[in-house]
Design a protein around this ligand. Structure first.
Ligand code: N01
Length: 582
C-alpha cells in the first residue's frame, strides 16, 4: 500500500492537506529529496522561504560569490545525463551559474509544482496519535505528513552581531548572506566591510574596484590560498565527461568527498627544502587542495607551523605595506578555521583607497549615524557590508519551533549542543530527518556529495518503513549517545578542534562549544551508515510494523556501496592521524 493512502485514513483534524513527506527548504538538499521521494511514489511538498530554488546560492548573491570546490565536482552526481549535458564555464563556478544550474535541475526533474515558494515553515510538531508531523507556515498552511525532512542548510541563518547603535546608521547595511537580488552598485561610495571570512575575502576585491574608499574591519586574520580560477576549455570538460562516473567514484572514496591529488608523507619527515618545494607546487595548484601538501598538517602542530609560516610569507610577499602585511598574517593554526580561497584578496590591500582596521583588541564600539566607531575614531561610510557569517549548523533549526514527543522542543534538547544519531535523526523526534545535520560530515565534505548520500540513505529508509508497513522510526538513546561521543572523540585528533571557529559554534557569543561536523572522513561515515542500514537500521526503533509482512529487503542505493580508498583512509592511516581533511 502506498504510504499516502495509509495517511489519508489517519488524517488528523485541523489540517488542510496530508502528504507522505514535507521537506523544508528547496536548496540542493530539498530538491534532491523531493526527486527521490517522488521517484519512489511518495507524495511530498517542499516549503521554501525564498522566491526560488537554490538555497545558499539563492541568498548569497554578494559580489564575487562562487564555489571553492571545482565546478566539475561541485554538482549533483546522481544523473549521468545531467552530468553529460551541463557545461560549467569556469574552474570555480560563480554564484549566478550555480543558481542557473539549480533552476535547470528544478525544471529538468519537474520539481517546481511540488514546491511552495515564499513560504516559511514556522512550526513542526509531532502528533503522537497520528504518528506524524503537523506543519505550519507563515502563510497559514496547516498540513500533516508522516515524515518531515529538514533540508535547511548548515550556513543559512545569518549572524547579525548586536552592534550598539545599529539602527542609527543612515545608509544601507547589507549582509553577504542576504544580498539584494537586484545587486548593489558601490561605484564612488565609501564602503565599510566587517569580517574577513570566505564571504568577505571573495567580495572585498570586487567591491574595491567600485568603491571610492573601502575600509575592512578585521577581528581575526585569515589564511587564504589563491583560486587561480580560469575558464574551462571544451577539451577539459570532454576529458572529465569521458569517464565522469570514475571521477565521482574516486571523489566518494576521499575523506573530503571530492577528489584532488594529495601527498600522504608527513611534513615533519621532509627536509625544509622539500617542504618548500612541495608548498610552492601546491600553492601553484591553489585552492583547498593546498592543505593536501602533506599528510600531517591538520594533526601535528609542528607540521602545521611550517605551512602557516609559508602562507604568512606569501602574504608578506604580496602586501607592500609591512604593517598592513603583519596585521593580515594570521597567528592561529593553518586551516583550523575553514580555509579561504581567493582571487586577488591580499593584493587589494596595495590599493591606495583600501584600508585595514584591526578590531581584535578594540572591538567595534558602535554604529553611528555616519559610520562605525572603533577606539574613539569614527569611520564614515555611505554603505556598510556585514560579512559576519552564520549561526552555523543549528541556526536554521532555531528559526522553526520543532516539538517532538511529550512536548519537548528541539531547541531544549539541543541547548547544550546538538545531539543526533549519525547526524540524520534525533531521539524524541520520530520520522524527522535532518539532511547534513550536526554529527555528519556536512561542511567538511563537498556539500553536494554529503547531501546526496544523506538523501539516498533517508529515501531508502523511508521506503523501507513503507515496505514493512511501519509507523515510525526513531534513534535509540544509547546509540545516539555513543555516536555523539564518537564525533566528539574523533574531533580531538584534528587541530581543528583547538580554535574558535564556527565549526564549534564559537563565532557567536553564548553558543555551546561543541565540534559539530563529523571529522572522521566521508567514506568512513558512509560505511557506518551502510552498516546501520544493512543491519536492519541498527540503533533505531522501528514501531508499528505489520507482523504479517515478510522480512523486508533492506534497500541501499547502489552507488553508496563505496569501497574505501585504502591508500588514503585505511584504519592504519586513521590511527596514524594521517587522514587529510579539508
Ligand atoms: O563567515 P565567517 P563567512 N566584530 O564566519 C567576523 C562558507 N562560504 O560568511 O573570525 C567583528 O567565516 C568574523 O571574525 P572572527 C564557508 O564554509 C563558502 O565569511 O569570528 N568581526 C569573521 O572574520 C565559510 O567558512 C564560500 O574573529 C566580526 C567574519 O566576520 C562559511 O560559509 C563563500 C564580528 C565572519 O566570517 C562562512 O563564511 C562564502 C564582530 N562582532 C562562505 N562578528 C565559498 O567559497 C563576526 N565577525 C564556497
Amino acid at each position: 500500500m502506498a504510504a499516502g493512502k495509509q495517511d489519508q485514513q489517519q488524517r488528523p483534524a485541523e489540517v488542510d492537506t496530508v502528504f507522505d513527506a514535507v521537506i523544508v527548504g528547496a536548496g540542493f538538499a530539498g530538491m534532491y529529496m523531493l526527486h527521490r521521494l517522488r521517484g519512489l511514489g511518495f507524495t511530498a511538498r517542499v516549503y521554501e522561504a525564498g522566491g526560488g530554488v537554490g538555497g545558499t546560492w539563492y541568498w548569497n548573491r554578494y559580489p564575487g560569490a562562487r564555489c571553492d570546490v571545482e565546478s566539475m565536482q561541485y554538482s549533483f552526481s546522481f544523473s549521468e545525463e545531467l552530468d553529460q549535458q551541463w557545461d560549467w564555464s569556469e574552474k570555480y563556478a560563480p554564484q549566478p551559474e550555480i543558481l542557473a544550474y539549480a533552476n535547470h535541475v528544478a525544471d529538468r526533474f519537474d520539481l517546481r509544482q511540488h514546491i511552495r515558494f515564499d513560504t516559511r515553515v514556522t512550526a513542526a510538531s509531532f502528533d503522537e496519535a497520528a504518528k506524524g508531523w503537523r506543519i505550519e507556515t507563515d502563510r497559514g498552511d496547516k498540513v500533516f505528513a508522516k515524515f518531515c525532512i529538514m533540508a535547511i542548510g548548515c550556513l543559512s541563518a545569518a549572524n547579525h552581531p548586536p552592534f550598539k547603535g545599529r539602527e542609527d546608521f543612515k545608509g544601507p547595511v547589507y549582509h553577504t548572506g542576504e544580498w539584494p537580488h537586484e545587486g548593489v552598485d558601490f561605484t564612488g561610495l565609501r564602503v565599510g566591510i566587517i569580517g574577513t571570512g570566505s564571504s568577505a575575502i571573495q567580495s572585498i576585491p570586487i567591491i574595491a574596484q567600485q568603491a571610492s574608499a573601502l575600509t575592512v574591519f578585521q577581528r581575526t586574520a585569515t589564511y587564504s590560498v589563491p583560486a587561480w580560477n580560469a575558464k574551462l576549455t571544451p577539451e577539459y570538460r570532454r576529458s572529465i565527461k569521458a569517464d565522469y562516473p570514475a571521477l565521482r567514484a574516486k571523489a566518494r572514496a576521499r575523506p573530503t568527498g571530492f577528489y584532488f591529488p594529495f601527498n600522504m608523507k608527513p611534513a615533519l619527515e621532509a627536509s625544509p627544502e622539500e617542504r618548500e618545494r612541495q608548498y610552492e607546487e601546491a600553492w601553484e595548484r591553489g585552492g583547498l587542495p593546498f592543505l593536501g601538501a602533506f599528510g600531517d598538517l591538520l594533526f601535528e602542530k609542528e607540521a602545521n607551523d611550517t605551512i602557516a609560516e609559508f602562507a604568512r610569507n606569501k602574504i608578506r610577499g604580496i602586501v607592500k605595506d609591512p604593517a598592513t602585511a603583519e596585521l593580515l598574517c594570521p597567528s592561529n593554526v593553518f586551516g583550523c578555521k575553514r580555509l579561504c580561497v581567493d582571487t586577488g584578496y591580499f593584493e587589494t590591500y596595495n590599493l591606495p583607497h583600501v584600508k585595514l582596521v584591526d578590531v581584535s583588541r578594540t572591538p567595534i564600539e558602535r554604529f553611528t549615524s555616519k559610520g562605525i566607531e572603533v577606539d574613539g575614531t569614527e569611520y564614515q561610510f555611505d554603505a556598510i557590508v556585514s560579512a559576519t557569517g552564520f549561526a552555523a549548523m543549528t541556526g536554521s533549526f532555531d528559526k522553526i519551533s520543532i516539538t517532538g514527543r511529550n512536548g519537548q522542543t528541539l531547541a531544549e534538547k539541543w541547548r547544550a549542543g546538538p545531539r543526533a544519531y549519525l547526524g540524520v535523526a534525533t531521539v524524541g523526534f520520530p520520522n524527522l530527518f535532518t539532511i547534513t545535520g550536526p554529527g555528519s560530515p556536512s561542511v567538511l565534505a563537498s556539500m553536494i556529495q554529503a547531501i546526496e548520500q544523506h538523501v539516498d540513505w533517508m529515501a531508502d529508509c523511508i521506503a523501507h518503513i513503507r515496505d514493512i508497513g511501519a509507523a515510525t522510526i526513531e534513534p535509540i538513546e544509547q546509540y545516539q549517545d555513543e555516536w555523539v561521543e564518537h564525533v566528539n572523540e574523533v574531533s580531538k585528533i584534528s587541530l581543528r578542534s583547538t580554535c574558535s571557529s564556527w565549526y564549534v559554534g564559537a563565532n557567536i557569543p553564548g553558543r555551546p562549544r561543541v565540534f559539530m561536523p563529523y571529522i572522521g572522513g566521508f567514506p568512513i561515515y558512509v560505511q557506518k551508515c551502510n552498516e546501520v542500514m544493512s543491519n536492519g537500521f541498527e540503533g533505531f526503533v522501528i514501531d508499528g510494523a505489520d507482523p504479517r509482512n515478510e522480512a523486508p529487503r533492506v534497500r541501499l542505493t547502489e552507488r553508496w556501496r563505496v569501497p574505501l580508498d585504502i591508500d588514503v583512509i585505511s584504519p592504519a592511516a586513521v590511527a596514524a592521524r594521517r587522514v587529510p581533511v579539508v
